[in-house]
Structure formats: structure tokens, C-alpha cells
Design a binder for this molecule. Structure first.
Ligand SMILES: [Zn+2]
Length: 322
């Protein structure tokens, strides 16, 4: 069943194209089962029969014989929302430069803000699959802090001594960026970390950066002692920002994109959900050379094998996220 399938090239066309359920099914089948063999999500059996009257498959494996829709075994499972709305949510979040708030998605899709918020968090699970894990060559590493700016809070809500590197009101995010060269663009990964001590940061660098790479950081004490496995060079930001080729300007540009997205679109994000927002911006950064159709396909490809229930999302912490 490896026939070529058509992919819309812009939003207007995508809305029109996926208003047809058969086309929604076609793209989801193609991305979930690229070899064309529909597999039962419960028993992994491959003997199935498609029933066009209700768009479900019958599993023919003895002892299973369950029916399933294309949503079963994906983060769309248990959602009453139509496939067209799911696909449009994927298109929008993958392609809006600064992200898209649940208010906007709610308006665009004609759903409540609460369900839009839930849909967006589930679609973000797709981006984890696209996160690069291996870095080599010239690499920058840096950490940043995300959270409400203390100076903007009412005096009674401020915590004393919390500007800059402080984890009482902010969440630490660590990032690695591999510089581009003639053939390839720079790429990055970023993750929420519990602290910015040497053990944590150097552990992440060892995990993701091939030994022998050249690693550039700032003068933060957490990076001291890296030289045993890589060529570590740092710039002391109290003195200079670039020395020869050594700087963290690439990863700092990445942080400013992340912060612009959070401040401009999501206004306020809860620390419990920050990892998914970081994943969203990382995806957008790494796929910046792709076109809308390419980013959309990547997002649809990540739909399978993940669950996130509303209860899981909200028992973590209720937040005022946009
Ligand atoms: Zn089965």
C-alpha cells in the first residue's frame, strides 16, 4: 500500500483537504504504519479487516478479536474530537513560529479552551520523537532559568534574593547546540533539569556529546572539569562574550526564541508542563529549514505509542497557561 499520498502545502489547503475523513485516515495510516501493514494496538497482530462503515479495523487474531480505530494506541485515544480537528491542531502548532495558544486553537477549531489546552499538550508529545540526542564537532552548552520575573510581581509575592540563578521561583533548563557547518544547519536539544550542579550538567553533556568534541560554555562552575572527555573552552561573561571562535551565542539565541514563545504566546507556563513547551520550541528550531508540510508530517509521525490523560495533566498542577 505504498502509494504516494498527497500532502497540502499551506494552511488554507490543509483545512479544505482534511475536511474529508477518508483523507485524514489516509495520512494517519501512512504515518502510523509506514510499511502499510495495519497492526492491532492490543495484540500486535497483523491480520486485520478494515470496516469502512465505521472506519474501524477488526483484529482477526484468535484470543483478541478486538475492534480498533486509528486513534487507539495514540495520544488521540479516548478523544471524541474529529480527526480533522486533531490534524489541524498538529498543523498549527508545528507551523506557527511562536507557538499557538489554547485560546487561538479553541477559536480556530470551534472547541472549548479547556479541550484545546489538552489537545495541544498531547500534540507536543510528538515532538519528543524528533529530539536529537547525539552531538559532535563544535558544541555549545548552556543553562537558563524560566519563570515569572520577580520584579514584575507584586511586592508581597516576591521572594527575596531570587534574581538570576535561583530555583525557588524558576525552573532550570539545560541546552546543547551543535554548530552548523557548510552542509548542515545547527541543531539543539533542551531539557528541564532539577539543578545546575556539575554532576547534573556534566552528566547530560557526557550522555549527548561524543567524546573528542569541542564544547563551549560560559564560566559557570558546573562546567569545571569537563576537559577529561572533551576539549572544553569557556568565555567569562564578566569579561567578554566571544574569544576567537569561543562563545555561547548560538544557544543563547535559542534561549531567546524559547523565552519569546513563552512570554508572547503562552504568557505563563507551569513548571510541571515546561518540558513539553521546551520540546515544542526545540522541534521548531531544528525543523526551521523544513517547510510547513514537512513539519506537519513529522508531527503526525509522532502520534503513536503515547498517552497523556487529562487527569495526568491536571493532577500535576492546575495552571493558568494560555
Ligand atoms: Zn488484536
Amino acid at each position: 500500500m505504498s502509494t504516494e499520498i498527497y500532502i497540502p502545502t499551506n494552511l488554507q489547503e490543509a483545512i479544505r483537504y482534511y475536511s474529508n475523513e477518508a483523507r485524514c485516515l489516509e495520512i494517519l495510516i501512512a504515518m502510523r504504519w509506514p510499511d502499510g501493514i495495519v497492526t492491532c494496538p492490543r495484540c500486535q497482530g497483523t491480520d486485520t479487516t478494515f470496516m469502512s462503515k465505521n472506519s474501524r479495523w477488526q483484529c482477526n487474531t484468535k484470543g483478541c478479536r478486538k475492534q480498533f480505530s486509528v486513534k487507539v494506541g495514540t495520544y488521540m485515544e479516548d478523544s471524541a474530537l474529529g480527526l480533522d480537528k486533531w490534524l489541524m491542531a498538529m498543523w498549527l502548532i508545528a507551523n506557527c513560529k511562536n507557538g499557538i495558544s489554547s485560546c487561538e486553537i479553541a477559536r480556530d477549531l470551534g472547541i472549548t479552551q479547556k479541550s484545546a489546552w489538552f489537545v495541544l499538550h498531547r500534540v507536543r508529545l510528538s515532538f519528543g520523537d524528533a529530539m536529537p540526542a547525539d552531538f559532535q564537532g563544535t558544541v555549545e552548552a548552556d543553562e537558563t532559568y524560566i519563570g515569572g520575573l520577580e520584579k514584575n510581581k507584586h511586592a508581597s509575592k516576591r521572594t527575596l534574593g531570587t534574581q538570576g540563578r535561583n530555583l525557588k521561583t524558576k525552573t532550570a533548563v539545560f541546552g546543547i547546540l551543535q554548530r552548523g557547518d557548510g552542509d548542515s544547519a545547527s541543531k539543539a536539544t533542551a531539557m528541564v533539569v532539577s539543578n545546575t550542579g556539575g554532576k547534573e550538567l556534566k552528566g547530560r553533556i557526557r550522555k549527548h556529546v561524543q567524546s573528542g568534541s569541542e564544547v563551549y560554555t560560559d564560566q559557570w562552575v558546573g562546567y569545571k572539569g569537563l576537559t577529561s572527555e572533551c576539549v572544553h573552552k569557556f568565555v567569562d561573561h564578566a569579561m567578554e562574550y566571544v574569544r576567537d571562535n569561543v562563545s555561547t551565542n548560538g544557544i543563547e539565541n535559542f534561549w531567546s526564541l524559547l523565552k519569546r514563545m513563552i512570554r508572547g504566546t503562552y504568557i505563563q507556563v507551569s513548571p510541571w508542563h515546561l518540558e513539553r513547551y521546551v520540546g515544542e520550541q526545540t522541534f521548531r528550531f531544528n525543523e526551521r529549514k523544513a517547510n510547513d508540510a514537512g513539519r506537519f508530517l513529522q508531527t503526525v509521525a509522532g502520534v503513536g505509542g503515547k498517552r497523556l490523560t487529562y487527569k495526568q495533566l491536571t493532577t500535576l498542577a492546575w495552571s493558568q497557561e494560555a
